[in-house]
Ligand binder design. Structure first.
Ligand code: SF4
Ligand code: SF4
Ligand code: SF4
Length: 527
């Protein structure tokens, strides 16, 4: 067995003095331990803690000061929350939360520190080597001008008429950001592909597709941006990834074939699944989002998965689920990591085909788009059909004898960009909404193919302008006079709820949010 790797992130104040005493006395510190000195445990974000595991650590200990003795006040409390959430993510990935520990030591507690290190080493030896294979970065290449020209040609950017319709529709530009897709296209055509402005703009774009919808030359800006990000990544130019890039990190980690992912262990007992079923439900990453945001936004996007499964059971379908389900790879693809996206696609398709499923149903617009459209675009031939759960629900409800309970709520609806624009299916959720029995349904000012984005895509480029966009969107929702904002994507729910946390706007933009699958599952009935 390769040598274990145990990383200690050690606060400069309390525990470091104790560690120094151990070193000075030649104590028997386990040889597997590598120590990194940090200013405060509260500075170790979840993304940094997780990064150590992505890079192949077998165990990580965060060592700090007792609550009340932190020199920065809240460091220990922040560390407790970060470690708790990161352990949850390690559990979901099947790595085991026990690989991460938080402990506190006073400067004079060198003996207890030594005992802790020796005990932790034994625990990690018992758990064993991590199955994570670090995804090594290759040396960055120089920007190849011919690669850029090929991209411009393959995405028809030369067809741009310079009319500016894209810039006047772009929600980022409308939120006040000095940003113009037209100007970016011109700059890239003009050879400024690696200028700092172009690099920044490429990572700011929401890939929401509003510009594509308006462009008279059908310039597919979102796909161009996606492939530009890949080119920039190859050249070592990464953009801003939200939350320290932890979601991309988790997705890259999932490319390790030997991981024993525990994607569905949390599923409530009333849900019926059948591993032999020809219908497989593909859930998506909601459990990771809920775990990450547990101590912050208090979201529960896993309800989308549970309620989708309840709906399938209601329709007398007992689907299979993949215990080792991996991320579909949407966010890696759209943040330029085509290599790891390809690995995830391959692993998912192999697992789905091994299950014997003939139809894969999903409720996530990103999973749907990725499985149905982007996997075949990679050249992967699917031996199964991909269905959005709204299509399946329409199909089943169309058979008759199904109605909906009256809802004393007034609804409005947030379109997900992937379904309503990129897949061109704004009708799909609306057919179902039309069947509901609410007190009212009012569209927002911008809706359907013209809807405003929720302000973030693929966890890139979150900033004060995207916040303005989200606030504008929530104001549009409030202006409808509705009391329930129905969504159709876990990420819309997360980003809009995040915007509602603004302490300066108070209740002005707050509104209850519920996914359409939950609305359907709560109200559907046999007639
Ligand atoms: S809308 Fe299309 S043609 Fe007009 S400036 Fe934008 S990319 Fe060019
Ligand atoms: S995809 Fe959306 S954010 Fe990006 S340039 Fe087009 S309209 Fe603007
Ligand atoms: S809007 Fe909030 S949840 Fe979404 S990426 Fe930005 S900070 Fe994260």
């Amino acid at each position: 067995m390769d040598k274990l790797k145990i990383v200690l992130f050690m606060c400069n104040w309390g525990p470091h003095a104790a560690y120094q005493t151990l070193q000075d006395n030649g104590a028997d510190i386990p040889a597997e331990v590598s120590m990194i000195r940090i200013p405060c445990t509260g500075r170790m974000s979840k993304s940094l803690l997780f990064k150590a595991f992505e890079m192949g650590a077998d165990g990580v200990a965060l060592l700090g000061c007792e609550p009340g003795s932190c020199r920065y006040g809240s460091g220990t409390a922040v560390a407790e929350r970060n470690v708790d959430d990161t352990r949850g993510i390690l559990d979901l990935l099947g790595l085991g939360g026990d690989r991460l520990r938080l402990a506190m030591f006073l400067p004079e507690e060198s003996e207890p520190l030594l005992n802790f290190l020796q005990d932790f080493q034994k625990v990690i030896k018992t758990i064993g080597k991590s199955p994570v294979q670090p995804t090594l970065r290759e040396e960055p290449a120089a920007v190849a001008k011919d690669a850029a020209s090929r991209l411009l040609a393959s995405h028809d950017i030369y067809a741009c008429q310079d009319c500016g319709k894209c810039s006047s529709a772009c929600p980022l530009a409308l939120a006040g950001k000095p940003f113009s897709p037209r100007a970016m296209a011109n700059a890239i055509i003009g050879g400024k592909i690696d200028s700092p402005e172009v690099v920044k703009d490429v990572w700011s774009c929401l890939t929401c597709g509003l510009c594509y919808d308006r462009c008279p030359s059908a310039v597919d800006f979102p796909e161009f941006i996606r492939d530009m990000r890949h080119l920039q990544k190859v050249c070592g130019q990464s953009g801003h990834e939200a939350h320290g890039g932890i979601f991309q990190s988790i997705m890259r980690t999932m490319t390790s074939p030997d991981l024993k992912i525990r994607h569905w262990e949390w599923l409530p007992k009333d849900i019926q699944t059948d591993p032999q079923s020809k219908v497989l439900f593909f859930g998506g990453c909601a459990p990771y989002f809920d775990t990450y945001f547990k101590n912050h936004l208090g979201i529960q996007t896993s309800d989308i998965l549970t309620d989708s499964l309840r709906l399938l059971n209601f329709f007398d379908i007992t689907p299979a689920v993949l215990n080792g389900e991996r991320c579909c790879g949407h966010d890696l693809l759209w943040s330029g990591d085509h290599e790891n996206f390809r690995k995830l696609a391959q692993l998912n398709v192999e697992a789905i085909e091994a299950s014997g499923a003939e139809e894969v149903v999903t409720a996530c617009p990103e999973c749907y788009r990725t499985l149905a459209h982007d996997y075949p675009a990679l050249g992967i031939e699917l031996k199964f059909k991909v269905t959005h759960i709204y299509d399946l629900a329409e199909r089943e409800i169309g058979k008759g004898a199904i109605g909906f309970e009256k809802m004393e709520r007034r609804l409005t609806f947030q379109d997900p960009c992937r379904l309503s624009r990129l897949e061109g299916r704004p009708d799909l959720p609306r057919k179902l909404i039309d069947r509901l029995q609410p007190d009212g349904f009012t569209e927002m000012k911008d809706h359907g193919a013209s809807a405003l984005c929720c302000g973030n895509c693929a966890w890139t480029g979150c900033d004060s302008y995207t916040k303005t966009l989200q606030v504008n969107r929530l104001r549009q929702a409030r202006e409808t006079g509705s009391d329930l904002l129905v969504t159709a994507c876990p990420k819309c729910q997360i980003h809009l709820k995040c915007a509602m946390e603004d302490p300066f706007l108070g209740d002005e933009i707050k509104m209850e949010i519920m996914d359409l699958t939950t609305v359907l599952a709560k109200t559907i009935r046999w007639e």
